[in-house]
Design a protein around this ligand. Structure first.
Ligand code: IMP
Length: 439
């Protein structure tokens, strides 16, 4: 048996969806452990593009057990729309399980997210406005509504009333909004409950049983390490823990159930929303990279900020997550960009230098990168399937990252297609690769 965690090693949008999709084929259960529909995965399969926000993309393998763990916050409208869409496309959803303990995003959470951002004005976080922060806040305040509450009208109504009461003042501008009508909200959520009832389960037990019977479990993270509420660039973070440790709390697995931890990182860096980004390229080269990489959000369509690879941040992610493997995505985007820069240290205007990710937010806000320049390459690498087929400069670029981060690269993605990957020797020795070979 093996527990394999996939997390984002940067600011999210690293291409975790594709890596999860590749590894999911040969595991017995895929379970998401945090975040909500602030996340978005795009999967390209045989020319068809699939977009996922909540359901693990592993569902595309017929009958595959795919679960939404207790650590996820669920907008039931988004979930039921996703279910309808997949069903309409003929996808078998019999393997879908939803944790009875997962918390729900309510209409007032979205309104509060919106209002909170508007109030912050220039200081806003740039949230996805999907109600994520307010839903996790209610969870911590013990005012959350959980999936299991959806099947009991009396309890549901009582809990909604109790949750809305302390928000009365903040919600006053929306007092007349039909979305906040207690009766219709209760009815809508009961309907969602009926629609997903067949999928509601104790996912902690399913996870335990799968591992106990010798199966493999893939723990799927959302967002990225630098958006972690404890370890990221607070307050410019999401409201959950995207780090690997959260795979345990977000699913009910124990830390000893985890055998491999894969960190996914782009060959360069991107960030959506506000907050420090020391290697940001706010120039023409940045714009070229954005277009070449199609760096626009799956969830909000926002243009992503782009920058050079940041090894200070990546080493920090390797440490926080105890990464066993790295998956590098979008290497093809760097083709033809000329010499490539890699940030090895930060410096600040007062001449301070940082090899390690600085804990102080003010330092980070003023930090810029100190770079090593590496040769680029012009060749189209999208057809390469082995390391040997890559131009020497691309191999050197990867070797540089691997050495400086100190974590072996297991695979490299050279295009959006499922087949556009290179498995390295280290990758071929991982649990999913070995299982695939046996399959
Ligand atoms: P929230 O998660 O919607 O509260 O947004 C908080 C911060 O996390 C904002 O900067 C968002 O842009 C960022 N964020 C949330 N989800 C994602 C994601 O899936 N990819 C990248 N950034 C994200």
């Amino acid at each position: 048996m093996a527990g394999i965690v996939i997390i984002g090693a940067q600011w999210g949008d690293e291409g975790k969806g594709k890596i999860t999709d590749l590894l999911a084929e040969n595991v017995d259960l895929v379970i998401r452990f945090q975040g909500g529909n602030n996340a978005g995965h795009t999967i390209v399969r045989e020319g068809t593009t699939w977009k996922f926000h909540l359901i693990p993309s592993g569902i595309l393998y017929p009958g595959k057990r795919c679960a939404i763990g207790n650590g996820v916050v669920i907008d039931p409208k988004v979930l039921t729309d996703e279910i309808d869409d997949l069903r309409a496309k003929g996808v078998d959803l019999s393997g879908l399980r939803i944790s009875a303990n997962a918390h729900l995003i309510m209409p007032y959470h979205m309104l509060l997210d919106h209002a909170g951002e508007t109030k912050l004005g220039k200081l806003q976080i740039g949230t996805t406005r999907r109600g994520i922060g307010p839903a996790y806040a209610d969870k911590a305040a013990r005012l959350g509504i959980r999936v299991q509450d959806l099947i009991d009208e009396k309890i549901l109504k009582q809990k909604i009333m109790a949750a809305m009461e302390p928000k009365r003042l903040a919600l006053r501008p929306y007092a007349k909004s039909p979305e906040l009508d207690l009766q219709s909200m209760t009815e809508d959520y009961l309907t969602y409950g009926h629609r997903i009832e067949q999928h509601i389960a104790d996912t902690t037990r399913i996870t335990w049983k799968t591992l106990d019977e010798g199966g493999d479990v893939l723990f799927e993270g959302a967002q990225g390490t630098l958006l972690d509420i404890d370890h990221g660039t607070y307050p410019f973070v999401t409201s959950s823990n995207p780090v690997a440790a959260s795979a345990a709390t977000g699913t009910g697995a124990g830390p000893r159930d985890i055998d491999e931890i894969w960190g996914v990182a782009k060959a360069y860096a991107t960030r959506v929303g506000a907050g420090p980004f020391p290697t940001e390229l706010d120039d023409e080269l940045g714009a070229t990279m954005r277009e070449a990489g199609g760096e626009y959000g799956t969830t909000t369509g926002r243009a992503r900020r782009v920058g050079w690879q940041d090894l200070v941040a990546l080493r920090y992610a390797a440490r926080l997550n105890t990464l066993t493997h790295l998956a590098i995505t979008k290497l093809d985007v760097l083709s033809g960009l000329g010499p490539l820069r890699v940030c090895t240290r930060y410096h600040t205007p007062n001449e301070a230098s940082f090899d390690e990710f600085p804990y102080h937010q003010t330092v980070l806000h003023h930090a810029g990168g100190v770079y090593e320049e590496l040769p680029g390459w012009d060749d189209d690498i999208t057809e390469c399937r082995t390391m040997d087929e890559l131009p020497q400069a691309a191999r050197d670029y990867l070797a540089y990252i691997e050495e400086r981060v100190g974590v072996p690269i297991a695979l490299v993605s050279v295009g959006p297609g499922r087949d556009q990957v290179i498995w390295t020797e280290a990758g071929k020795a991982t649990a999913p690769a070995l299982r695939a070979a046996l399959a």
